[in-house]
Design a protein around this ligand. Structure first.
Ligand code: ZN
Length: 263
């Protein structure tokens, strides 16, 4: 039985409220031993905390997502600092830059992002970064915070950008988008990345893999991403599973992943 880690999802999302117990059990049955829940806004941190505490192997990350800019207030960065001390999450995020969605002021986004990078350095925590149509700008800001560890999730940039991030010690993670045949650049890139440079994610309930297109994504679909990566690399899925699980373990400093147990 493979032991996988969903390195990025939103299992606290309301779309899981009706069947979260079942979705959790399906994920366990699919070999997903741990999940990192990325927060989007201060208003939703308390719910994320409750959901993460309810199930073994779920780990919270707290932060301010750029797409939710309208909900953020400068004092949320101070509140985040309190949450980091009190709750000891495995990461800060989801944070970063989104130049794709309209009406998100780039300067205001940069203020929140740098505020979270500063907290990451102060509290020695990794950052979970969102970089949509803004990978170069994310790299530029990360460079100002030498030594900050983290991941650019659902990476969709170029090979050159990928290599620059890996040079900075930043990991990449990949999910559903990789499973679509039209994602030729991404599918080319995954073939050559070093095994210690990437992780798997679902980003559920968003970004379903191609065989679940148009439905709610969920952590149990992570093996579809694994199968895709293994196929593209011509590798044994067990090897990819072991490497990506070890990478997530190391980045988030997770306790020992609970063993599969008898079935
Ligand atoms: Zn996300």
């Amino acid at each position: 039985m493979l032991a996988l880690i969903d390195s990025h999802n939103h299992f606290d999302d309301g779309s899981f409220d009706p069947d979260r117990d079942e979705a959790y059990q399906r994920a366990r049955a699919a070999g997903v031993r741990a999940q990192v829940l990325a927060a989007v806004s201060a208003r939703l941190w308390p719910k994320l905390k409750v959901v993460a505490a309810r199930y073994p192997g779920l780990y919270p990350s707290y932060g301010l997502h750029p797409a939710y800019l309208a909900e953020h207030h400068p004092e949320h960065l101070d509140e985040l600092a309190d949450w980091l001390v009190r709750e000891r999450p495995v990461a800060i995020g989801e944070c970063g830059l989104d130049y794709y969605l309209p009406d998100l002021d780039p300067d205001v986004q940069a203020d929140y992002f740098t505020g979270q990078l500063r907290l990451a350095r102060r509290h020695d925590l990794p950052v979970i970064m969102h970089a949509r149509h803004a990978v170069d700008q994310v790299i530029k800001l990360v460079r100002r915070f030498q030594g900050v560890r983290g991941v650019v999730h659902s990476f969709s940039g170029s090979e050159d950008q990928a290599l620059r991030l890996l040079d900075l010690g930043i990991l990449l993670s990949f999910g559903g988008p990789l499973t679509y045949a039209r994602a030729t650049r991404l599918r080319g890139l995954i073939r050559y990345l070093p095994l210690d440079g990437f992780m798997l994610e679902t980003d559920s309930p968003d970004q379903p893999p191609s065989n679940h297109r148009g439905t709610r994504n969920e952590p149990a679909f992570l093996p579809d991403v694994l199968a895709c990566v293994a196929e593209l690399r011509g590798a044994d899925p067990a090897e990819i599973a072991a490497a990506t699980t070890a990478n997530a373990h190391r980045l988030f400093n997770l306790p020992d992943v609970p063993s599969p147990g008898p079935h």
